[in-house]
Design a protein around this ligand. Structure first.
Ligand SMILES: N[C@@H](CCC(=O)N[C@@H](CS)C(=O)NCC(=O)O)C(=O)O
Length: 222
């Protein structure tokens, strides 16, 4: 009998990258075993994402990248949607109900395009260089608070135990890493009670804990 050999999935990740963390949670929730390839975003002042080898894999020079089913995917949202569409077991990350699905994508997008880009390593590097380190705090606090306010508002309407109702969805995979990053940047999280409550529900779930930066092979206290 002929057997088709399917290679083990490979995730290019950095322990502290919130975008990689989203995908790590999805892989855990879907019980997908994978090989972890660390990409040090800060190494040699430039970072391994700028190497020729990595740029060939992702011209945008960012993690995560996921190799799965013999395809290479970038961008956490399509990666997570692909996993959900091809693996129907485990948590359903995109609800069947079209309204819930849209709300879930809104929350993911508020964080994906409305918050994370402003705190991205290459953006902060440029802010430091062109505006000075003092301005960095104002920049981060302005954009993170603007985005988190919008998330807190939509949660008033969508929340159950988690971001959208009582089942874990893609929105939750975006929330937990973003809260961690906001705390690192010393955002006052006490003004976001719904985000805090939902984050506390989620952060101790085993599949989330195993995806946490502190549990990754490249974890470094920096
Ligand atoms: N929209 C992309 C964003 C990817 C991204 O910005 N990744 C960050 C880490 S969270 C990165 O690799 N940054 C490298 C850099 O800024 O040089 C996604 O969701 O995957």
């Amino acid at each position: 009998m002929n057997q088709i050999k399917i290679a083990k999935p490979i995730l290019w990740s950095y322990f502290q990258s919130t975008c990689s963390w989203r995908v790590r949670i999805a892989l855990n929730l879907k019980a997908i075993d994978y090989e972890y390839r660390a990409v040090d975003l800060l190494k040699n002042k430039g970072g391994e994402q700028f190497s020729k080898e990595f740029t060939n894999l992702n011209p945008k020079q960012e993690v995560p990248i996921l190799f799965i089913d013999n395809y290479l995917f970038t961008q956490s949202i399509p990666i997570i949607e692909y996993l959900d569409e091809t693996r129907r077991h485990g948590a359903r990350l995109l609800p069947d109900d079209p309204v819930k699905r849209a709300k879930c994508r809104i929350i993911a997008e508020l964080i994906n395009s409305g918050i994370q880009p402003y705190q991205n390593a290459n953006v902060i590097k440029k802010i430091n260089a062109e505006m000075g380190k003092d301005k960095r705090k104002d920049w981060l606090h302005f954009y993170l608070n603007k985005g988190l306010n919008a998330v807190e508002e939509i949660l008033k309407e969508t929340k159950g135990r988690y971001c959208v109702g009582d089942e874990i969805t893609m929105a939750d995979l975006f929330l937990v890493p973003q809260v961690f990053a906001a705390k690192r940047y010393k955002i006052d999280m006490s003004i976001y009670p719904l985000i805090n409550t939902i984050n506390s529900e989620l952060e101790n779930i085993d599949d989330f804990l195993r995806a946490h930066p502190y549990s990754q092979p490249d974890f470094l206290r920096i």
